[in-house]
Design a protein around this ligand. Structure first.
Ligand code: ACO
Length: 223
């Protein structure tokens, strides 16, 4: 019946509306409009869109899948964490423990998420101050609309991210969080040789209920 011809291209400002709609449809967390603006204007974010060229005119360039990722500079995040620690008169350990209070789907979700998660991965990569240019790629969102699932589109999107990360010599790893009940996504990451390195208790707070998350990492460039 329907033979899709899937192509991959950058996400553009004209994708804004549909990008927001798909996020609202498939994720339990609400993302702020600032997040979508950053994606379409490529502010510290890399992203890929999947489109189906076999769709009739007008829809042949419409998003049917996407991946968004943030480039994290290890040095900057180290300093931000130190600043927060001194502001709070707290230690790194305490900040790691505190992620549960800070990461909730509020206005500042993205920023807090970003600030709090980085030291954990920093520890895992043994951040080396003599190499201040080291970066990481943090996958923020990955999604495929329901009618296009199980065709390998998510796998291809993740491959694009890994290819990009590998092409940046200073990049050490691609990493992400996934909610513990998301079986399809967990299967996908395991199948693509991501390593599950932590279970973070009560990481997400969604509609008043806590859920654990898994931290998955794919090392690149000998990271
Ligand atoms: N059950 C079990 N395993 C699955 C399933 C499923 N329903 N769907 C995919 N997989 C696994 C399989 O191992 C598959 O490999 P195989 O084909 O060799 O069996 C592998 O994933 C690759 O599958 P794809 O076809 O590439 O995955 P798809 O394009 O269907 O997208 C995705 C998977 C992104 C998880 C999709 O189901 C989706 O959009 N879900 C809703 C949003 C979501 O959960 N996103 C990820 C959240 S985590 C994050 O964003 C960082």
């Amino acid at each position: 019946s329907h033979h899709p011809t899937i192509c991959y291209r950058p996400i553009q400002p004209c994708d804004l509306e549909i990008l927001e709609r798909i996020h609202a449809d498939i994720f339990p967390i609400r993302y702020e409009s600032e997040f979508f603006q950053s994606v379409v204007h490529e502010r510290d974010i890399v992203s890929w869109a999947a489109v189906d060229r076999s769709q009739p005119n007008g829809r042949s360039d419409e998003l049917i899948g996407f991946v968004t990722a943030r480039i994290v500079l290890a040095k900057e995040t180290e300093q931000q964490i130190k600043d927060i620690a001194s502001m709070c008169q707290a230690s790194y350990d305490w900040i790691n423990q505190a992620h549960v209070f800070l990461c909730n789907p509020s206005d500042e979700y993205e920023q807090k998420n970003f600030l709090i998660l980085t030291p954990m991965i920093g520890d895992l990569l043994r951040y080396d101050p003599s190499k201040p240019d080291q970066t990481l790629v943090y996958i923020l969102t990955l999604g495929v609309v329901e009618t296009y699932r199980n065709l390998g589109i998510a796998r291809s999107l993740i491959r694009q991210v890994i290819k990009y990360a590998s092409s940046v010599p200073a990049c050490r790893a691609v990493y992400l969080h996934v909610i513990s009940y998301n079986v399809p996504a967990i299967h996908l990451y395991k199948k693509m040789s991501f390593k599950c390195i932590r279970r973070l208790q009560d990481f997400y707070l969604i509609n008043g209920q806590h859920y654990d998350s898994f931290l998955f990492v794919y090392y690149v460039n000998g990271g």
